[in-house]
Design a protein around this ligand. Structure first.
Ligand code: HPA
Ligand code: ZN
Length: 346
């Protein structure tokens, strides 16, 4: 690991913004900004049940994951045609590129939208077309991960997987999202086994609000390669030892944790303790339109609150590439660009 030159605290935000990084945990439906939501509603001949953008933003106050999911789900109602998915993803990809994200792995689900009468084809083709154009026009690489909704049944997850199979080459993996408590990973053992047999990369949300036991079963039953969130792991030293030993990455989302009251303040966030424990932690935005910031905002606010330093910034960015599903040579090339920025930063 590169030994990084010390950077004075007042220069750290500039370094955090400039450093190349990968984003591995963001839900594209959670990047739908209120302005775009009103625009889609209008062109689709629908209405948003809020007077204006400011009134909608004022509603973004949550006490837990479920309160967020209810509002988030209501927001997806304005997504009706392929162009909506394209425009939503394009808006996110532009912001990510501006934040020096070289590679992003985007979560989406089809179950929300098929529940509104859309086809999986419309969703996947719109998102994928934006990823292709972003590579060409913005130079950012993007991959798609299909999330199953864990508050629904395993049979419904199987149905979503089947519907996505004609578009298999447009997807890199599958994940597990939505209401965690009461919906343990093992509920989806069979569908994850099937996805694994089909060659999908596997991730799952675990240990956001749920107990360490959910992280154990995501690893041992679902056989996931990364844990999304995973902040509850520190409650279980044996689990931490396992995660460190197996280099299992954790995609941490600090502003999400703050807004969903997983931690009462950012100062109390355990990201620094995760790094000290040797965990492969990364920083991500989760649902940036709802949680008050894209990836660079997550980095700068968390570093300020926790007093983290340039070495830890390098570690987190290095981890983000190591934990990604890109091929080994591209990974090395991105990590080389990262080292260069740190070596030349004044
Ligand atoms: N947790 C679970 N499901 C989600 C989230 C999250 O943070 N964001 C969007 N779906
Ligand atoms: Zn998430």
């Amino acid at each position: 690991m590169l030994q990084v030159k010390p950077v004075p605290p007042e220069r750290l935000p500039a370094l955090l913004r400039r450093m190349p990084k990968a984003e591995l945990h963001m839900h594209i439906e959670g990047s739908l900004e209120p302005e775009l939501m009103f625009a889609f509603a209008e062109r689709n001949g629908m209405s948003v049940p809020y007077a204006d953008v400011a009134a909608l933003r004022r509603a973004y106050v949550f006490n837990n994951l479920q309160e967020f999911l209810d509002i988030y789900h209501a927001g997806t109602l304005v997504l009706r045609v392929e162009q909506d998915f394209y425009d939503m993803a394009w808006a996110y990809l532009q912001r990510a590129a501006a934040d020096q994200v070289l590679h992003t792995e985007i979560f989406f689900d089809t179950q929300t939208h098929t529940g509104h009468g859309l086809s999986a084809e419309v969703v996947i083709n719109g998102l994928h077309r934006a990823c292709v154009d972003a590579k060409e026009q913005l130079g950012i690489s993007a991959a798609l991960i299909l999330c199953f909704l864990r508050h629904l049944s395993e049979a419904e997850a199987f149905e979503a997987l089947e519907q996505a199979l004609p578009y298999r080459d447009k997807l890199v993996g599958v994940g597990l999202a939505s209401s965690e408590m009461g919906h343990p990973p093992e509920k989806f053992a069979k569908v994850f086994a099937r996805a694994r047999a089909l060659g999908f990369r596997l991730v799952a949300h675990a240990g956001e609000e749920g107990p360490p036991a959910y992280i154990w079963s995501a690893l041992d039953v679902l056989k996931v390669e990364r844990i999304d969130h995973g902040v509850q792991a520190l409650r279980d030293p044996a689990l931490v030892a396992r995660l460190v030993h197996d280099h299992i990455p954790l995609t941490v989302c600090p502003l999400s944790n703050l807004k969903l009251k997983v931690f009462p303040t950012l100062v109390q966030h355990n990201l620094g303790r995760m790094l000290e424990a040797g965990l492969v932690a990364t920083v991500n935005s989760d649902d940036p339109a709802y949680f008050g910031g894209y990836i660079n905002e997550n980095f700068t606010q968390t570093f300020a609150a926790l007093g983290l330093n340039a070495q830890q910034a390098y570690q987190l960015a290095h981890n983000s590439f190591a934990a990604s599903f890109i091929d080994a040579s591209t990974k090395q090339a991105f990590q080389h660009r990262l080292a260069e920025v740190f070596e030349t930063f004044e």
